[in-house]
Design a binder for this molecule. Structure first.
Ligand code: UT7
Length: 309
């Protein structure tokens, strides 16, 4: 969906969207596609890239804020469809930080020796929870999925992970209805309460830059590495201005920053694995590069992971 298509739906313009967000277009799932369909495709691609068959996988985590349904977990649907019958599968809810939360959880479980091969998937169909009558949010989001395979090795490649949460700011980004607080009713539907609400975009922007910077510096210090050691920054793709501000705070030049928000918009929990996948497949990221991933989202939640590819 292009900005021009949005111009015909709400009072907005391609110029405003590009100037304020850097977004030019976003992908929208087909009416019969749900999150597990996107997650399945990403999982299959990741397994193929890793040269592994589904029976090697013993852990599947799907980070999503838009599961197919409240339950069963979307991860179980993916597990069944890829035929990873030996795997434990569950969903993880940390919205735009979900992939890094899932990644860190999988790393911890692998390091503890409980599991050996994990599939971590970020998958979202935000187009189903975006209010297409609200110009302040509908221009920002898109649908997508990305996945990685993590496996135990003798040499440490994930150097550090840092996660943060602060529920005091839960009202900045939320979907008010559809849970146990406000179950679906005619009123909630009439009042459009099943859609994403953003309290204060500027506040979200400021906190995103501040907290991702903090998380990035924290993992560097944990790993005893310097900013100059980073080959690539893969930030959550919400807004190119947030990405550039973060890069500036970390003194990273633009060629070290992976950004694809212009093509996909904000795909929430899917944004980092999609950007990682594109950077690897295009040959930008090569073996042994040091990668800093940083995320921020509703919760509030945020985090960073530092690794050697
Ligand atoms: O993963 C986290 C998810 N959320 C985010 O990442 C959002 C973070 N925040 C942002 O990206 C930015 O704050 C926005 C892109 C949402 C907004 O950019 P801004 O530079 O902070 O603009 P603003 O909120 O100050 O709005 C400026 C004007 C307002 O009009 P007035 O009050 O100045 O007359 C808005 O009503 O832009 C208006 N506006 C729009 N105009 C055209 C808001 N949305 C639109 C729109 N098209 N789509």
């Amino acid at each position: 969906m292009t900005n021009q298509e949005l111009e015909r739906m709400v009072d907005t313009s391609d110029a405003w969207i590009r100037a304020r967000t850097g977004i030019g277009e976003r992908r929208i799932a087909a009416p019969d596609e749900a999150t597990s369909d996107l997650a399945l495709a990403a999982a299959e691609n990741a397994l193929q890239a890793a040269g592994l068959s589904p029976d090697a996988v013993d852990l599947i985590i799907v980070a999503t804020a838009t599961p197919d349904m409240p339950f069963p977990p979307t991860a179980c649907l993916v597990q069944h469809r890829i035929g990873a019958s030996a795997a434990v599968a569950f969903d993880l809810s940390a919205v735009c930080s979900g992939f890094l939360y899932g990644f860190s959880t999988a790393v911890g479980l692998i390091l503890s020796g409980i599991y050996r091969t994990a599939l971590v998937i970020g998958a979202e169909v935000f187009s189903r929870i975006v209010d297409w009558e609200d110009r302040s949010t509908c221009v920002l989001f898109g649908d997508g999925a990305g996945a990685v395979v993590l496996q135990a090795t003798d040499r440490k490649r994930v150097f550090a992970s840092y996660l943060g949460s602060d529920g005091a700011w839960s009202e900045l980004l939320m979907v008010p209805a559809g849970g146990s607080r406000m179950p679906a009713s005619k009123r909630t539907v009439d009042e459009r309460l099943h859609y994403l609400k953003m309290g204060n975009g500027k506040e979200v922007f400021r906190r995103a830059v501040h907290l991702m910077t903090k998380a990035g510096l924290e993992v560097l210090s944990q790993a005893n590495l310097k900013l100059e050691d980073i080959d690539f920054l893969i930030p959550h793709q919400a807004n190119i201005r947030i990405i550039h501000s973060l890069a500036q705070k970390l003194s990273l030049s633009k060629d070290k920053v992976v950004a694809n928000v212009h093509k996909y918009g904000n795909t929430s929990g899917a944004s980092i694995p999609i950007a990682l996948d594109e950077a690897v497949r295009s040959g930008k990221i090569t073996r042994d590069d040091i990668i800093l991933m940083a995320a921020f989202g509703s919760g509030l939640t945020w985090g960073a992971v530092l690794l050697r590819w």
